[in-house]
Each structure stands twice: as structure tokens, then as C-alpha cells.
Ligand binder design. Structure first.
Ligand code: PMP
Length: 356
């Protein structure tokens, strides 16, 4: 991907500049969508990077390709090798695609709280999936430690270690950041998004900060149950984790190496309640025709709140991480919403979309 980016994109040989070579060539270069209604409402440009248009369906295709190609470059991954990862889903899906396209075996450990759609998809993509109990990072049975131990005992295998391997943030530094800069013609006043590994925020944020000479503000958006918002507000105190969120793939209990590369340079953070994220999923569907997952919706809520803080005339960029397809049995199920106490978060006139 980095090489493709330097070349201006890896065009498929003999075809026009709109064609690319294979899965790898199709990662990145996603559209930047101006959210028209929210932009009108706030007097700002609210723009979302359409990461659901990546060939594996999420922002994590970039990180998956980044960590695999980094391991190849460093000679850690050789033909016929095995890629092992602990992942809530999207990184695994990205890795499974990359492994199929490059001929590696893919083994995924994931917490057993994740949606069935993601597990099914991983298996359809040829990955071996081990759902394990969702226990804290400190516990040796945590899915990340299980992935590490599995790779350690296997010849020609790597643990891609998406949380602490900074090749993840680097993938965004060389692709997501430059793309947003180019697509806004350098007129991006702020960038805000939630984090899981921190790769997207740190890599994109570092590029935009450097390129703008410090002018672009970089903010973190946090779901309930994550410790990052209070860490930033308190000037660096880590509290114990409490509470939870329906948003999958984001929220964190520690400062990962990826986030650590940039956390000190963040301009601020916002915490966003699940009620607002759920409501935004339905709002974006109704008013923009966009079908996006909960972390994307949280990001858009945060971008709107940041626009209101900064005032009219600003351009605020965020990430539309993935589509709602992977979560629809939850997000569009009346029963599930009721069980989570979230049904009333959806405005009356939008409840017609909860058809499952
Ligand atoms: N949204 C979704 C749906 C994800 O799966 C992830 C990654 N777990 C993120 C957002 C966060 O991305 P990052 O790991 O780069 O912080």
C-alpha cells in the first residue's frame, strides 16, 4: 500500500488509471463524503471518509495490509507462513482477505461477545476462528495473549499484534492522512475519531498535524466504558474501566503503543453516549441514505459536536469505519434495542427502520 501510494496507486498493467491490481491494490483511496444535511445544520463541512468502501469492508483493511507488508519487508513472514491475530472482527476480516490474496494461513482469536455475522464471514474467508471468553487484557486468557502464544509455538508464523505494532498507525500515516489532506485540498480544520487500537487516530492525526504545521486539531471520540476520555481530560491519569457500550471495535482500557505515538499531541476528546450513536445510525440512513455501523455513527456525532464547539465555517473530518451489514441483526432488531434500553433513543418517525 505504501508503495502503491508513492506510485500514485498501483494501476493494473495495461488498463486505465481507474483500475488496480488485486485486493491489495483496491485498499484505500476511498471517497470523502460531505454529509450534506449535517453540514447545512452546523454551517460547517462535516466530511466522512467512506472506509466501508475498502474491499474488505472496513477501515481495518489498511492496517491489515500495513502489518502484513511490514512483516514481509522485515523478513518475518515468508511464503507459506501463518498470520495470527487477536481481533474484534474487522482486522481479522481484513487479514483474512490479505492472507487469501497473498497465500498465507490466517488464524484469528476473538472475544466471544462479537456479532455472529463477523464470525461467519471470517470462516467463509478461510480463516480459522477461535472465539474465547471476553476477559480483561490483564488476564492471560485475553484473546490477544492467546494469539501471541499460538504464534510463538508455530514455525513460520507471526502475531501481527495490531494494538502495539506501530506498522498499524504507519499505514494510516502513509494513506488515510494524505488522502484526507488531498481531498480537502489542505483545508481540514479538525479530525476526530474513536479508537480501538489507536492506529487510525494516531497515524492520520500525526500526518495531518505535521502537514498543517500544527493547525489541524486532532480530537479523540470515546464510547462509554473506555478510559481514554478521562485519561486526556485528567492530563494522563488512567482510571479503572467501568461501564460498557454497544459500539463494537472501539473503546480501550490502556494506552496502546499505536495511540502512544500521538496521545500527547491530541487537542481534546469527547465522550459520546450510546443513545446518540444509535440515533445517528438511523438519522444518517433516513437523511443521507448511508448504512453505517455504530462506531461510524459515534464518529459523526462527535464531528457534529466538535463543529458546534468550533463554530460555523470549519471543515471537520471523521471516519465512516464500516457498514451496518455486520451488525444488522442487532442494530435493526427491536428486541435487541429494547434489551439494551435503547429503543427510545430512536426518534418515533425513524423506528420504521427497525424491521428485524
Ligand atoms: N470501528 C470499527 C468498527 C473497528 O472494528 C475498529 C477497529 N477495531 C475501529 C473503529 C477503530 O480503529 P483503530 O483500531 O484504528 O483505532
Amino acid at each position: 500500500m505504501a508503495a502503491a501510494l508513492r506510485a500514485g496507486k498501483a494501476f493494473a498493467r495495461g488498463f486505465s488509471s481507474r483500475s488496480v491490481d488485486g485486493f491489495v491494490g483496491a485498499v484505500g483511496n476511498t471517497p470523502l463524503i460531505r454529509l450534506t444535511k449535517l453540514s447545512e445544520k452546523t454551517g460547517c463541512n462535516i466530511v466522512g471518509k467512506a472506509e466501508f468502501q475498502n474491499p474488505g469492508g472496513s477501515v481495518k483493511d489498511r492496517a491489515a495490509l500495513g502489518v502484513v507488508e511490514d512483516a514481509e519487508r522485515r523478513g518475518l513472514l515468508k511464503p507459506g507462513g501463518t498470520v495470527v491475530e487477536g481481533t474484534a472482527g474487522n482486522t481479522g476480516i481484513g487479514l483474512a482477505h490479505v492472507c487469501r490474496s497473498k497465500g498465507y494461513r490466517c488464524v484469528i482469536f476473538m472475544p466471544n461477545t462479537q456479532s455472529q455475522e463477523k464470525i461467519d464471514l471470517l470462516r467463509m474467508l478461510g480463516a480459522e476462528v477461535y472465539p474465547v471468553p471476553a476477559v480483561a487484557y490483564e488476564n492471560p486468557a485475553n484473546y490477544n495473549h492467546q494469539a501471541r502464544d499460538f504464534a510463538k509455538n508455530l514455525p513460520n508464523a507471526i502475531w501481527t499484534d495490531q494494538f502495539d505494532n506501530t506498522a498499524n498507525a504507519q499505514a494510516h500515516y502513509v494513506s488515510t492522512g494524505p488522502e484526507i489532506w488531498e481531498q480537502t485540498e489542505g483545508k481540514v480544520d479538525a479530525f476526530i475519531c474513536a479508537t480501538g487500537t489507536g492506529g487510525t487516530l494516531a497515524g492520520t492525526g500525526r500526518f495531518l498535524k505535521e502537514k498543517s504545521g500544527g493547525k489541524t486539531q486532532i480530537w479523540l471520540a470515546d464510547p462509554p466504558g473506555s478510559v481514554l476520555h478521562s485519561y486526556i481530560e485528567s492530563g494522563g491519569k488512567l482510571k479503572d474501566r467501568s461501564g460498557s457500550s454497544i459500539t463494537e471495535g472501539i473503546g480501550q482500557g490502556r494506552i496502546t503503543n499505536n495511540l502512544g505515538t500521538f496521545v500527547d499531541r491530541l487537542d481534546g476528546s469527547l465522550t459520546i453516549a450510546d443513545e446518540k450513536s444509535i440515533s445517528m445510525i438511523y438519522n444518517l440512513l433516513d437523511s443521507e441514505g448511508l448504512y453505517i455501523g455504530a462506531s461510524s455513527a459515534l464518529n459523526v456525532v462527535a464531528a457534529v459536536e466538535l463543529a458546534q464547539k468550533l463554530g460555523p465555517g470549519h471543515t471537520i473530518a471523521t471516519i465512516l469505519c464500516d457498514g451496518a451489514y455486520r451488525y444488522q441483526s442487532r442494530l435493526f432488531s427491536k428486541k435487541w434495542l429494547q434489551a439494551k434500553g435503547l429503543e427510545s433513543a430512536i426518534p418515533e418517525h425513524l423506528q420504521k427502520y427497525a424491521v428485524l
